[in-house]
Design a protein around this ligand. Structure first.
Ligand code: 5RP
Length: 261
């Protein structure tokens, strides 16, 4: 791995803890103005001080994040479908590596859809992106998107994460599941988890806790932070879990105390 790529990765996975709190606000790329992200800038601004990186599209970045803000950017570069379609797997690369460099991204992110109709295209797109990324020192985050017909179990998610790593991904984002340690153990690159659909705050904190306990290097969490009644309290609590190994009850207390404030 060359110096530039290592340097970019070290801005995402914090060298002092080996962990990361990535804030995902890329949902609009196929969901449009989804709940909590109707006005991206308003949602993101108060959360930036507590995030290690921000995952979003080029359109959201250019319009909604001031260029003088010091936050590593994980640029979503795949898309091309909307929630109106039954098959969300028909994605292509939507943003070039050159543009990712111009936007000073620290990594690019692409979804793969293992087991879907467009499995092959999404995997070969990942492999091409990795080759371009390695030419420029740009890490690639592979997101293991799960179609409605797939079961989020360790067998399926291990398959997805391992294929992503074998295609050359430097970091993999997946879902937490029972026997998650098997997913991590068989994936030779660091794994972060998505938060998934909004759940009660304590459940989302337990998810983050269990994920890092079983080997994830952190979270790339969206809805369970920005759809919370107290997004700042929530991201502070997630940070405490990921970086300080804070227990769930204590972290939940931080969320509630912050709510009072
Ligand atoms: C979909 C994505 C997301 O848009 C997003 O990053 C998911 O985050 P969360 O599940 O925590 O809301 O990657 O595949």
């Amino acid at each position: 791995m060359d110096w530039g790529l290592k340097n970019r990765l070290s801005r995402i996975i914090q060298p002092d803890t080996g962990r990361t709190v990535m804030l995902a606000v890329d949902h609009g790329y196929f969901l449009g103005p989804t709940s909590g992200l109707q006005v991206i800038a308003r949602t993101v601004r108060p959360l930036i001080p507590y995030a290690d990186s921000l995952m979003l599209t080029r359109g959201a970045l250019r319009t909604s994040v001031p260029a003088d803000v010091d936050i590593p950017i994980v640029l979503r570069v795949s898309g091309g479908t909307s929630i109106l379609r039954d098959d969300l797997s028909n994605e292509d690369i939507t943003t070039s590596m050159k543009e990712a460099m111009k936007l000073n991204a620290c990594a690019v992110a692409i979804s793969i859809f293992v087991g879907s109709v467009h499995e092959k295209e999404t995997l070969t797109n990942l492999a091409k992106l990795v080759s371009e990324g390695e030419d420029c020192g740009m890490p690639v985050l592979a997101v293991t998107a799960v179609g409605r017909e797939m079961t989020r179990d360790a067998q399926y998610l291990s398959l997805c994460c391992r294929i992503a790593a074998e295609m050359g991904a430097h970091l993999v984002k997946t879902y937490y599941c029972d026997d998650f340690e098997k997913v991590v153990e068989t994936c030779p690159v660091p794994v972060v988890i998505a938060g998934g659909k909004k759940t009660p705050e304590k459940d989302a904190l337990k998810l983050a806790h269990d994920a890092v306990k079983h080997g994830a290097v952190g979270v790339d969490m969206g809805r369970n932070i920005f759809q919370s009644d107290n997004p700042v309290g929530m991201i502070k609590a997630v940070r405490a879990i990921v970086h300080d190994n804070t227990a769930v009850d204590r972290a939940y207390g931080l969320y509630r105390e912050s709510a009072k404030g």
